[in-house]
Design a protein around this ligand. Structure first.
Ligand code: AKB
Length: 316
């Protein structure tokens, strides 16, 4: 690979595991981690790290020049629940950071960009089941509006200026190594920690709130796969639908009970319930499967047993 990789937002839930995976593939010195704060020890010690604010364009340019970066993964974003508490901050972070990177692509300073979108681009007028790739999109959260707008800009920069930007609409991502921050789908991680610590959990979503979810290893595989795909196979330049598992808090609790028989779940839905209600329950990702061969590995059973084992290790 010519040129190095920069991950912006490397210390977040997805950024941490993505950085470690890319270091494994390309070599530790080839992958520069950056974030506004320091992160997990494994990430900090395995390769170069820069403290970097994703909205600070001059500093981003400086880091890119210093390491001769050619590929950027922009993982920094304010998610759906936190975004509702600080709408303008979320908008500014999510949009400014994207524009900085798209302009670097347009100027030919970097060759390839990964920018994640989300199921949050959909809204109450979107078909709820097997949501198609192209459909009604009227997001109701600031995060969703920023992701939908970002998708339009990605496609625009690709079409107008040939920028090689690639994107997937992540569902809720489930993992145990780094905690998520401020999402509506976070219950599906908290539940494992509470099940192992206290054998009970109070869900902030209602028992029948079905949402599309995915285990972290699948999300990382999808990210690596779309970035490694030949450019002509990446036909959608806004963002690809991506799907793996779909379940409700009640279904997940039943699966956990197979391992922890006295586990109890209670429900106390808060403002995040209305966000969940505006999102799809399941996603049609046939475009990603056809165009660049996407395939998930983790189903509900495998994800649940892997999470219980993984979280248990972190609690020791
Ligand atoms: C959130 O819940 O905000 C995120 C997402 C689905 O993008 N996990």
């Amino acid at each position: 690979m010519a040129g190095r990789i920069l991950i912006i937002g490397a210390c977040g839930q997805i950024g941490t595991e993505l950085t470690l995976k890319l270091r494994e593939i390309h070599g530790n010195d080839q992958v520069i981690a950056s974030d506004i704060r320091e992160g997990a020890q494994e990430l900090m010690e395995s390769g170069p790290f820069e403290l970097l604010n994703a909205t600070d364009e001059p500093h981003i340019r400086e880091v890119i020049a210093k390491y001769e970066v050619k590929e950027v993964y922009l993982m920094a974003a304010m998610l759906s629940a936190t975004g509702e508490k600080a709408p303008m901050k979320a908008w500014n972070l999510n949009m400014d950071s994207l524009f900085h990177i798209l302009h670097l692509g347009k100027e030919g300073i970097i060759d390839k960009i990964f920018w994640p979108s989300s199921i949050a681009v959909f809204g109450p007028t979107t078909p709820k089941n097997d949501t198609p790739q192209i459909t009604a999109m009227e997001p109701t959260t600031v995060y969703g509006i920023s992701k939908q707008t970002g998708e339009r800009w990605c496609e625009y920069f690709h079409r107008k200026f040939g920028v090689d930007v690639r994107s997937i609409r992540y569902p809720g991502i489930i993992s145990y190594k780094t905690l998520p921050g401020g999402g509506t789908t976070d219950y599906a991680i908290e539940i494992f920690h509470e099940a192992l610590k206290n054998s009970e959990y109070t869900s902030f979503l209602a028992k029948d709130a079905a949402l599309p979810m995915m285990y972290m290893d699948d999300a990382i595989k999808a990210t690596v796969d779309i970035m490694e795909a030949p450019a002509e196979k990446v036909k959608v330049r806004s963002s690809y639908n991506l799907s793996a598992i779909s379940f409700t808090p009640e279904i997940l609790a039943e699966e956990i009970k197979k391992h922890i028989s006295d586990f109890k779940i209670y429900y106390d839905p808060d403002f995040r319930q209305s966000i969940a209600e505006s999102w799809p329950s399941s996603i049609d990702d046939s475009a990603a499967r056809e165009d660049w061969g996407w395939k998930h590995e983790f189903d509900l059973e495998k994800m649940t047993s892997t999470m219980l084992e993984g979280v248990e290790k972190t609690l020791k």
